[in-house]
Write a protein that binds this ligand. Structure first.
Ligand code: C2E
Ligand code: CA
Ligand code: CA
Length: 551
């Protein structure tokens, strides 16, 4: 790597400054280093400055400029050289040569390496990639770029602290280094993102073998001071065969797309870039462009799912669920566009619209509470407390009727700031519910971080109720635990009367699910409210078949 740096600098000196020569000599007049051509054409300007160390002359630096064929560009080079020389003189007066060389190397190293892992950083990686592609072109060789990131690294940082996260990154680096060939380069691009340039000299250096080695070694447990943790990784690969014209940035983008696909497909695996990924990206870009105009084109609407109070058997509230009625593609469910909106930042205006619209609707149903889903990005960008406050005030809604539902993702990063926002909302009187409880990485540990008002048990547990003793026990334990911490409970995804009755017996306060109603437009909910009879559901032959399933 350093050889490459040196070569490049020499090339630059030779190509761009053929009319000047820099000579550094020691106290005996012996030349220590010299750059530029051996002989310069006359006429010449020569400048010599002594180099001091603690008042003692330890050497001299001489700069010779040839004034022959002086053109505009050489005048610029001359000017730049003078500045470099001036700065050099300044330092050389105070530092001896060896110290100067060490400091220069150190500065160079720091500017091009990541201080935590000592790996090359993104800038050096990019430079090396351009150089390697150039080399491969000359040798008619092939090259692979592998992008990889650690799965669930953020959770480790969050649960075990940043020092433990740093330790894990250093251990992960050592393990990856053991897989990488000496001619290849491993770099840290930032956070938990790494990349490898692999020269494909023969079949044994196949990228899949490298990816497999990296994935296997990274998935071994890590011994941290705070305990042992396991994290996996995902890898995306882009290949440039001899004769291809891909540039480095395109290869990185391709490897990134393949990485994204590997993660989408369940993590812990590697994927090669394929053209359909490009098509998928284009499709995503199209959805993103349409989504930008969705609010102004009135294409968004809220559907509402009733929430049933199990002690009174009445509808006590509704959960607002976003729908996108796209003019060409029809009704698009939130799972198909909310994650995309989160990635491109559009979730903030979208989320603001949801809060405003839900408050507007709440005026029509004065006896109901209403729950709104909020994404992690809405906590980081925008001012959630102000948005909620303004919407409530504008519509004259009592804050205690609003419930903000958050998933674990909200608490994964920027925890202190996030908790401050949650506390601000709660201080206003707004209720906070933890959504999809039990599906995340460490749901229980999050209960200690914030005094939630409600726990929403994920529908995957409800589905197994009565069929699987484990699910029954888990639900009962969660309800009891929540109650002991002053949190009420809601079970989602109730599809049968048996599930509702079991939940009531277990002490669950509230349910929602297809048994009572799918999410419906506001007009249909108004009809349901006037026509509500709990008895109707008592003898429902569930259309959702009860299946025996393995626990
Ligand atoms: P969620 O918050 O967990 O919402 C519940 C999802 O479960 C809804 O899907 C609902 O239709 C579905 N569901 C309700 N009862 C049953 C049932 O008995 N059986 C089954 N199988 N499913 C049931 P939906 O409306 O497609 O929403 C999916 C997710 O999209 C939501 O999951 C939520 O995470 C997200 N989402 C929806 N609206 C918004 C929003 O305004 N903002 C944000 N950030 N996310 C939203
Ligand atoms: Ca929800
Ligand atoms: Ca949920």
């Amino acid at each position: 790597m350093w050889q490459f740096e040196t070569l490049r600098i020499d090339e630059v000196l030779q190509n761009s400054a053929p009319r000047h020569q820099v000579v550094v000599s020691d106290a005996n007049g012996e030349i220590v280093t010299q750059s530029g051509p051996e002989h310069l054409r006359s006429p010449m300007i020569t400048t010599t400055q002594p180099i001091y160390d603690a008042g003692r002359v330890v050497g001299a630096i001489t700069i010779n400029h040839s004034l022959a064929e002086l053109t505009n560009s050489s005048a610029i080079v001359l000017g730049a050289t003078s500045i470099v020389a001036f700065v050099t003189f300044f330092f050389l007066r105070t530092f001896p040569l060896s110290l100067l060389a060490r400091a220069t190397n150190q500065a160079k190293f720091l500017a091009s390496h990541d201080p935590l892992t000592n790996l090359p950083n993104r800038a050096l990686f990019n430079e090396w990639l351009v150089h390697s592609l150039y080399d491969m072109d000359r040798q008619q060789g092939a090259l692979a770029v592998l992008c990889l990131d650690l799965d669930h690294f953020k959770e480790v940082n969050d649960v075990h602290g940043h020092a433990a996260g740093d330790m894990l990154l250093r251990q992960a680096t050592d393990r990856m280094m053991a897989c990488v060939d000496s001619g290849d380069m491993l770099a840290r691009l930032g956070g938990d993102e790494f990349a490898i340039i692999q020269k494909l000299v023969d079949v044994t250096s196949a990228p899949s073998a490298l990816a497999e080695c990296v994935l296997a070694s990274l998935s071994e447990p890590y011994a941290l001071e705070t305990g042992e943790v396991v994290v996996g990784a995902s890898v995306g690969i882009s290949i440039r065969n001899a004769g291809d014209k891909l540039d480095g940035q395109t290869m990185l983008r391709q490897a990134d797309m393949a990485l994204y696909r590997a993660k989408e497909e369940g993590r812990g695996a590697f994927r090669y870039f394929e053209n359909d990924m490009n098509e998928a990206l284009i499709a995503r870009k199209r959805i993103e462009a349409n989504l930008r105009t969705a609010i102004t084109q009135n294409e968004l609407e809220l559907h509402y799912q009733p929430q049933i109070d199990l002690s009174t058997n009445t509808i006590k509230g509704v959960e607002a669920l976003l729908r996108w009625n796209q003019k060409d593609d029809g009704m698009i469910p939130p799972d198909a566009f909310v994650p995309l909106a989160e990635e491109c930042g559009l979730i903030v205006p979208l989320g603001d619209w949801v809060i405003g619209e839900a408050c507007r609707q709440a005026k029509e149903w004065p006896d109901l509470t209403f729950a709104v889903n909020v994404s992690p990005a809405q906590f980081r960008q925008g001012d959630l407390v102000a948005t909620v406050k303004n919407a409530l005030e504008r519509e004259g809604i009592d804050p205690s009727r609003l419930e903000i539902e958050i998933t674990e993702g909200v608490l994964l990063s920027h925890t202190d700031e996030t908790i401050a926002v949650l506390a601000g909302l709660q201080a206003m009187g707004v209720k906070i519910a933890m959504d999809d409880f039990g599906t995340g990485y460490s749901s229980l540990s999050y209960l200690r971080r914030f005094p939630f008002d409600k726990i929403k048990i994920d529908k995957s547990f409800t589905m197994d109720l009565g069929l699987c003793a484990d699910a029954d026990n888990i639900i009962e334990a969660v309800i009891k635990l929540g109650a002991s911490m002053g949190m009420t409970s809601n079970a989602e995804g109730v599809e049968t009367v048996e599930q509702a009755n079991l939940l009531r017996n277990q002490g669950c306060k509230e349910v929602q699910g297809f048994l009572f109603s799918k999410p419906l437009p506001s007009k249909s909910i108004s009809e349901l409210l006037t026509d509500w009879q709990w008895q109707k559901y008592q003898n429902v032959e569930s259309s959702f078949s009860k299946q025996e399933r393995p626990c």
